[in-house]
Design a protein around this ligand. Structure first.
Ligand code: TNX
Length: 531
């Protein structure tokens, strides 16, 4: 037995050593790593301005996107031609024998055939081809690739409440996610420091709640200072639709988050009757956790939340709606007659359970409107039904516990998934950020279902990275925080076979050039060997 294992290990080592010495053609650099690659065929497919994209099964959308993207890498003046009939070229079709989001790609000197399990599968095949085209000026090594994702939910989050990003900037963020084969954008639209989505029923939310008087300077060391500059921004419903549509064309579902009952001071500023004591509060100018939260005792709060959600449901086709639920201090509730009356009426034991009551009530409302609810892992504290999907941020243990209880879980632990954290230990040259330390290598080495029972594993629907923007003020910095760490994240989310420290370095050098050609701002630390 031991002997056999040794021989196997030795054989594996030989293969490994050989693959490390292989040329790019035999071992092309694709991120995230495809499930199966065999580039042993000789020859090249040469893509140029005359290459047609031949479409069947109505695959005009992925074809058109690739036709445009190819322009950048081949320096073309106009997009590639898309057509129903032509010889050779890039040929796209769907076959139900290929896994749902997967694809098979066969490259010969005459043609590239991409067969997807769905439109999305074809799109991902084209994203792989895009990287191959970019790496070698349109010359693609011949061979065969079969690929499919490990996780169905491959998310990235974007906080537009702390700092606002324009429609164009959000679209570019979406482009970056799509190039890494992610399929969910979790859009954090409301928080203490700003309400960013137009709600027709309550125009005050954006009229008053989208603007803060000023912003805390730095980490707020005592004595605290503020910058004296008003800051704001919001999306009209039309702009929201535009972003949702843009993402859908790239097979990304946008999941909106409306924070409740905490992280809602901007809403309380706009509509003071949402709070327990109805005191006038500012749109918050400081970071952290504020005691000013929505009152969970008054019926008017529930009516408000339902009316807001009705408009949100109309705007977002996503099956999930995120209701926040994190970091809700209970000090106002403890002193509030309405909250205390609700605790009594509902026979609850304490304010923790009052939060559980609010969340459960909102979940019922969403379910009745055909939507599923996601909440941060605090929604487990007040007792929640097993139908809610939990976003586990406070650590890995909470996620495992929820999965074992039968809740679906999205893994997004702060220690591995917070891309607002520093990228190097020394922090040299990184600018001011919130704290923490998450280098590329840490994410890359992570196995999100390690040590879990098969039962628990079956409830881990995916993995997400989060981008909180207290210290991320512009799109340049946003991309600097996102890249290259998103590449490591996409390996965790998509790839089945990814732990090869040798090849990932080479692959990332190629990817760095790809980012440059796309005009995306990638940070240097990983490439300089700094972690
Ligand atoms: C915790 S993660 C928060 C956010 C902050 C973030 C900063 C979570 C559910 N809440 O409100 O922006 O930390 O890293």
């Amino acid at each position: 037995m031991n002997m056999r294992l040794n021989i196997l290990t030795f054989a594996a080592l030989l293969v490994f050593a050989a693959s490390n010495n292989q040329s790019y053609a035999a071992n092309p650099h694709i991120i995230p790593e495809p499930g199966y690659i065999d580039m042993s065929d000789d020859g090249l497919f040469e893509l140029d301005k005359k290459t047609p994209i031949v479409v069947s099964n109505d695959l005009w959308n992925p074809a058109a996107i690739f036709a445009e993207e190819a322009m950048e890498f081949l320096d073309l003046k106009r997009p590639l031609r898309t057509t129903k009939r032509a010889k050779g070229g890039i040929r796209l079709r769907i076959d139900r024998f290929v896994p749902e989001e997967g694809y098979e790609m066969t490259i010969t000197p005459e043609e590239v055939v991409i067969i997807g399990g769905s439109e999305a599968g074809v799109f991902y095949g084209l994203q792989t081809l895009r990287q191959l085209v970019a790496a070698n000026n349109g010359k693609v090594p011949c061979g065969y690739i079969a690929d499919e994702p490990t996780f169905a939910y491959r998310g990235a989050h974007l906080d537009v409440a702390r700092h606002f990003f324009t429609v164009e900037e959000v679209k570019e963020y979406i482009d970056i996610l799509a190039a890494h084969k992610l399929n969910r954008l979790h859009w954090h639209l409301t928080d203490d420091q700003g309400w960013r989505i137009e709600i027709k029923r309550y125009p005050e939310l954006t009229e008053k709640g989208s603007m803060r008087k000023e912003t805390l300077v730095g980490h707020g060391l005592k004595p605290e200072k503020w910058d004296g500059t008003p800051y704001g921004g919001y999306y009209t419903q039309e702009q929201i639709r535009e972003v949702v549509d843009y993402a859908a064309k790239r097979y990304i579902t946008v999941i909106p988050e409306i924070e409740m009952p905490g992280h809602a001071q901007a809403a309380l500023h706009a509509l003071p009757w949402l709070g327990c004591n109805e005191q006038i509060v500012d749109v918050w100018t400081t970071w952290g956790v504020t005691p000013e939260v929505m009152c969970a005792g008054k019926e008017s709060t529930y009516t408000f939340l339902e009316n807001v959600l009705l408009e949100v449901i109309e705007l977002f086709p996503s099956e999930y709606i995120h209701i926040g639920g994190d970091e809700c201090p209970k000090e106002r509730w403890a002193e509030c007659e309405h909250c205390q009356a609700m605790i009594k009426a509902q026979e609850l034991n304490n304010t923790e359970e009052l939060q559980g009551y609010l969340v459960a009530r909102i979940e019922k409302f969403l379910n009745a409107h055909g939507k599923k609810m996601i909440g941060w892992d605090e929604i487990l504290d007040g007792g929640v039904t097993s139908t809610a999907t939990v976003m586990s941020w406070r650590g890995i243990k909470g996620g495992i516990k929820a999965a074992e209880r039968g809740n679906d879980v999205i893994m997004t632990p702060m220690t591995l998934c917070y891309l607002n954290f520093y990228q190097t230990e020394s922090r040299e040259g990184e600018g001011l950020h919130i704290g923490g330390h998450i280098p590329f290598e840490l994410i890359y080495a992570w196995d999100p279902t390690e040590g879990m029972s098969d039962e628990a594993k079956s409830h881990i629907i995916g993995v997400q990275c989060n981008m909180w923007t207290e210290y991320i003020k512009d799109a340049q910095t946003l991309q600097h925080m996102l890249l290259p760490r998103l590449a490591a994240m996409s390996e965790v989310q998509w790839a089945t076979d990814r732990r090869n420290e040798q090849t990932i370095r080479q692959k990332m050098e190629t990817m760095r050039k790809f980012y440059e050609e796309c005009g995306w701002n990638c940070s240097p630390y990983y490439f300089d060997g700094r972690k």
